[in-house]
Design a protein around this ligand. Structure first.
Ligand code: HEM
Ligand code: HEM
Length: 187
């Protein structure tokens, strides 16, 4: 089929350039979003707070779009098989850790978007395209989703910290080259 990239060779030892670009773009955005989210909730009600909330929302929708694209790309170009030096436990844990990250990368924006709809405030992507409301205005649902978004954000912070700690453990302590698989210019 034209336009479909060939599958990643079975012997590949690194992610393909698109997967790397999507990983690092998402990582930057998510770290920024976590910082922005934690800061903005404490701001006094003002025009600035409304502006920052609106940036947070459209940047979060961008994470959703990138994650959906990434999941499709992952099916077209499966990641390289794990290095043979990994212990059987690491081998079993790695896919679960990555699945948890993907689940949270979808759940955070979806709870945010639904929360915004339940509050009766539409999401305007890049301040230009108004997205459809996912639910009608509903105060009780808004409160429940606000709590869910809050709890999921703490879970995401924990999983990202574990993810980064795991990469450091592999590369600094065990030197098994896991980070090189995802570095932009490493082959
Ligand atoms: C990867 C995506 C996202 C991340 C990492 C993220 C992270 C956060 C964090 C850390 C907070 C502060 C929570 C607290 O301390 O209570 C927050 C609040 C909030 N987020 Fe997100 N968010 C994301 C996506 C979205 C999206 C797509 C929307 C809406 C379209 C959204 C709407 C909100 C709103 C309205 C609040 C403030 C809730 C309140 O005032 O209590 N978020 N977010
Ligand atoms: C918010 C930040 C981050 C998120 C959401 C995130 C998410 C992910 C996800 C979902 C994967 C799995 C990719 C796949 O197989 O489809 C992955 C892999 C990877 N990430 Fe991150 N990541 C983040 C930050 C980082 C940072 C800061 C580092 C470097 C210290 C890093 C290094 C890696 C490496 C090396 C892999 C490949 C692991 C392997 O070879 O199996 N990530 N990341």
């Amino acid at each position: 089929m034209t336009g479909t990239p060939p599958p990643q060779p079975a012997t590949a030892s690194a992610y393909d350039p698109t997967a790397k670009a999507l990983h690092w773009l998402t990582a930057l955005l998510v770290i920024g979003m976590l910082g922005l989210g934690l800061w903005m909730v404490g701001l006094p009600i003002s025009l600035q707070k409304a502006k920052v909330y609106s940036w947070h929302k459209w940047a979060g929708i961008t994470v959703l779009a990138l994650t959906l694209l990434r999941i499709v790309w992952r099916h077209l170009r499966p990641p390289p098989s794990l290095p043979g030096t990994l212990t059987p436990l690491d081998r079993r844990l790695a896919p679960w850790g990555h699945a948890a990250l993907y689940a949270l990368l979808l759940a955070m924006p979806l709870t945010g978007w639904t929360m915004s709809s339940a509050a009766g405030i539409p999401v305007v992507w890049f301040g230009v395209w108004q997205l459809p409301d996912l639910v009608g205005k509903d105060e009780a649902l808004f409160k429940a989703l606000q709590t869910t978004h809050h709890i999921l954000s703490r879970l995401l912070i924990a999983v990202v910290v574990i993810h980064i700690a795991a990469v450091i453990r592999h590369d600094v302590l065990r030197r098994d080259g896991v980070l090189r698989r995802m570095l932009p210019f490493a082959r």
